[in-house]
Design a protein around this ligand. Structure first.
Ligand code: ADP
Length: 489
């Protein structure tokens, strides 16, 4: 790291409850590894059930009798906007922290801070615009609906975009007036901890934002099972998603689950490849492929397949992985387990004889012990092969040819997932037909994943999960509806 790298002080402070730091009840800590060199550079508190309980109690008090619960929607919105501004003002410090914690290139970390700030700005603006309705009913009645906060919401977030995920999940929850308890990922959670401190600095009342870092099976399990949370939002693996939904069922509370994808680009032969190819390659290389909505399958009309392979291969072969400061196309993956996972896909593809079409490289001079993997394209991937059906969560693109429109749709819908899709064609009617048949929570036409998508409702169909985050829709997810029926003469 260079001389500007901040000491990870925020991380060492522990658990954040009622705008103050405390050590974990267990007295334990969890080491934090820098993916760039594989070395421990910080420690976070190992929160467990008693810490989660203290955080939930603080949140409950904040919303029921504290200053937070008494704020008007406009006042809450103003605080959220102020936090957005504080994030923007601290963007470079936060980006350095994020880059060190996740290994991502600095340009990516900087872009993430712009998006993180935007979440608070967007939901700050939206806080006092969530209206109810009036409903025509029997004569002599006036009926109105009101969106009401749940009370205390739990949030379990992953390590791939810690600051963005934090803004995405607590922005709308706070906007509608909930008090929040967040369990960030043990692999990368330093920016959420720092942003919580910034929130206290701009005037968020005690108990509105509480963070309990720690291991998933300890702090995460305790939060999802806590009897006094009113809703839980989860983003992470399908396996843990089952545990979260089961815990929510035991408490009879709602949950949103965002569980990843195997998102396709459906590319027809008439596509403008000069526009499409750089976008497509970036969607699976960005963040070293560790993006839920990564465009990890490229389905190409058979007549154009060879040309598209040549163009994508040319780009892929120039890709380089390096440290955050080298600021190349991608960084390392998050940890040794993830590197092993990606390389496991490589090994099994080799055993099965799936051809590698091209691969990038790891830059010279990266520290030994970093979790670097070479970006790769495979193709033609057999339709039943795991590279065509399973989420790798690494910089790996699977190419498959299709015969016609019907085949393209069948192939696009041929996995368990349904998070995002891209349709590429100059024929607008065809693009629309296909876009409407693809099962995915978001479908782009001649674009993909533009601008962070803060305003755009996002979430899964099929086994990618349920519920919607982002956009105005998230305000509905994090609130409940009261209908008031008033009889008059
Ligand atoms: P990944 O495999 O990508 O790390 P996980 O689903 O394991 O995804 O992690 C996503 C989030 O879920 C993290 O914050 C992690 O700590 C948390 N988590 C992991 N296991 C559990 C669990 N048993 N209960 C609750 N949360 C968990």
């Amino acid at each position: 790291m260079n001389a500007q790298t901040p000491a990870p002080v925020a991380a060492a402070k522990g658990i954040f409850i009622n705008n103050a730091w405390r050590p974990a009840a267990s007295g334990r800590t969890v080491p934090v590894y820098a993916p760039a060199d594989g070395k421990v550079f910080a420690e976070i508190a190992a929160g467990t059930a008693p810490d989660v309980d203290a955080a939930v109690k603080a949140a409950r008090a904040a919303v029921e009798e504290g200053a937070w619960g008494r704020l008007s929607a406009t006042e809450r919105g103003r605080l959220l906007v102020k936090l957005g501004i504080a994030i923007a003002d601290h963007a470079e410090e936060l980006a350095l922290l994020e880059a060190r914690d996740t290994g991502k290139p600095m340009k990516q970390a900087r872009a993430d801070m712009v998006a993180a700030a935007r979440y608070f700005e967007f939901y700050g603006g939206a806080a006092d615009k969530l209206h109810g309705e009036t409903i025509p009913f029997l004569n002599g009645y006036f009926v109105a609906t009101e969106r009401e906060r749940f009370g205390v919401t739990g949030h379990i977030i992953p390590w791939n975009y810690p600051a963005q995920m934090f803004g995405r999940t607590i922005g709308p929850a706070l906007a509608v007036g909930n008090a929040t308890v967040i369990k960030p990922a043990e692999d990368a959670c330093l920016t959420p901890l720092r942003i919580a401190e910034l929130a206290a600095g701009v005037g968020f009342p005690e108990g509105a934002i509480n963070i309990v870092p720690g291991l998933g099976e300890e702090a995460g399990a305790a939060l999802s099972a806590h009897r006094d949370i009113d809703f839980i939002a989860f983003t992470g693996s399908p396996e843990v998603g089952v545990l979260i939904q089961t815990a929510a069922a035991r408490n009879h509370i709602g949950c949103t689950l965002e569980l990843g994808g195997k998102s396709p680009h459906v590319l027809f032969g008439d596509t403008d490849l000069d526009v499409a190819i750089p976008v497509i390659v970036n969607t699976v290389v960005q963040n070293a492929g560790q993006t839920c909505s990564a465009g990890s399958r490229l389905l190409v009309e058979r007549g154009a397949y060879e040309e598209v392979v040549a163009r994508v291969a040319e780009r892929f072969s120039k890709l380089r992985a390096g440290t955050p400061e080298m600021d190349l196309d991608l960084g390392p993956v998050i940890n040794a387990k993830q590197k092993e996972r990606v390389e496991g896909f490589f090994a099994r593809a080799q055993e099965k004889g799936v051809p590698v079409l091209a691969q990038g490289s790891i830059a010279e001079g990266v520290p030994e012990g970093g979790f670097y993997v070479t970006p790769r394209i495979y193709g033609p991937v057999p339709r039943a092969n795991e590279l065509a059906t399973q989420e790798v969560f690494g910089p790996v693109l699977s190419m498959l040819p299709f015969d016609d429109e019907a085949d393209a749709v069948a192939l696009a819908n041929g996995t368990d997932f349904g998070l995002m899709a891209g349709v590429w064609s100059r024929d607008g009617s065809r693009a629309m037909r296909v876009a409407r048949k693809v099962k995915a929570g978001q479908v782009y036409v001649n674009a993909y994943g533009a601008g962070g998508g803060i305003e755009l409702p996002f979430g899964g169909m099929k086994k990618s999960g349920h519920g919607r985050e982002k956009g105005f829709e998230a305000l509905y997810e994090f609130s409940t509806l009261k209908t008031m029926i008033i009889k008059h003469d």
